[in-house]
Design a protein around this ligand. Structure first.
Ligand code: C5P
Length: 299
């Protein structure tokens, strides 16, 4: 018996980063949008916990117990007094270590899949609690859509959206470590005063009305300068997308994937083609959001 869950990637339309907290995290105003690039996670009853992965970048995915999907299965099993004896297979399509919550997505998907396979019947609240223990971005992978994340990003409130937004994603060579990017952000800030992070009212209004041009004027990522500092070649990718006519060009989360907001699907294909031709990235993907979070497809 097996259960399959499809789970989307995310882009942060606003990532406002507050001061470093004593616990090593940063308070955020993090506006997530789930976009239609998916990993598919299948769990099957087995003799022991095992993780496998397929897809073009499968070799970059850790298959040891540090994998968030394995950690999700272990966390749910521990809470319900059972063994986590499952084979977890990940069909990987979300860029690995790319700032699109690929690992978090697999964690949320494995949690939902194991809950279904084992008939645990965990409440939504319990699932969200486990997600928050696994990582700051994991709760959003569960809920999907559009949401504001406060705290370290795990305290979610849904955000109203008035339509679909089209994006082009330029996948860079190699990944960036999230802690390294936050560390670089702190280093670049030095002793400068850092205000408490707040969601932008203009951005919320643009999401509510489905206005891509207004959204383009309001997107902001406080981690962008740090990601570009660690990976200066990202500046060329951002310029290539802007020159191709994107409404907005930004680093996705902690990078190194770059995200380009466009007005519609036809424009997305045009910008995607220009980015492919620019030779400034490894791969280019087109996706729209919001889309739902982790969803059981085969039970
Ligand atoms: O929560 P997660 O495990 O994804 O976080 C990975 C790392 O990213 C943390 O150890 C921390 O260095 C950094 N981080 C942060 N502030 C946040 C979220 C993550 O500094 N709000």
């Amino acid at each position: 018996m097996s259960v399959t869950v499809r789970v989307p990637a995310k882009v942060n339309v606003q990532l406002a980063v507050g001061p470093l907290r004593p616990d090593g995290f940063h308070d955020l105003a993090n506006v997530f949008l789930a976009v239609g690039l998916y990993d598919v996670v299948t769990v099957t009853a087995a003799d022991e916990l095992r993780v496998t992965c397929s897809g073009p970048d499968a070799d970059k995915v850790p298959l040891d117990p540090s994998n968030l999907a394995a950690r999700a299965a272990l966390a749910l099993a521990a809470r319900h007094g059972r063994e986590a004896n499952v084979h977890i297979h990940i069909e990987k399509d979300i860029p690995v270590a790319g700032g699109m919550a690929g690992g978090s997505a697999d964690g949320a998907a494995a949690l939902v899949a194991c809950d279904e396979l084992w008939g645990t019947g965990a409440s939504r609240e319990e699932l969200l609690e486990i997600c928050a223990e696994l990582g700051s971005d994991v709760p959003f992978s569960l809920v999907g859509g559009a949401a504001l994340g406060r705290g370290r990003g795990e305290l979610l409130t849904p955000v109203e959206t008035g339509g679909s937004f089209w994006w082009v994603f330029a996948v860079a060579d190699g990944g960036l470590s999230t802690p390294a990017v936050y560390g670089e952000c702190d280093r670049l800030r030095g002793d400068a005063f850092v205000p408490a992070p707040d969601p932008s009212p203009e951005l919320m209004e643009a999401l509510r009305t489905g206005d891509a041009v207004a959204l383009a004027g309001a997107v902001a990522n406080d981690l962008q300068a740090a990601a570009v500092s660690l990976r200066p070649s990202l500046a060329e990718t951002l310029t290539a997308g802007t020159e191709a006519g994107a409404l907005a060009a930004m680093v996705s989360g902690s990078g190194p994937t770059t995200a380009f907001l466009v007005s519609d699907e036809a424009e997305a294909e045009k910008v995607a083609e220009a980015l492919r031709a620019s030779g400034t990235c490894r791969a280019v993907r087109v996706a729209a959001g919001p889309v739902p979070g982790a969803t059981v497809t085969v039970g």
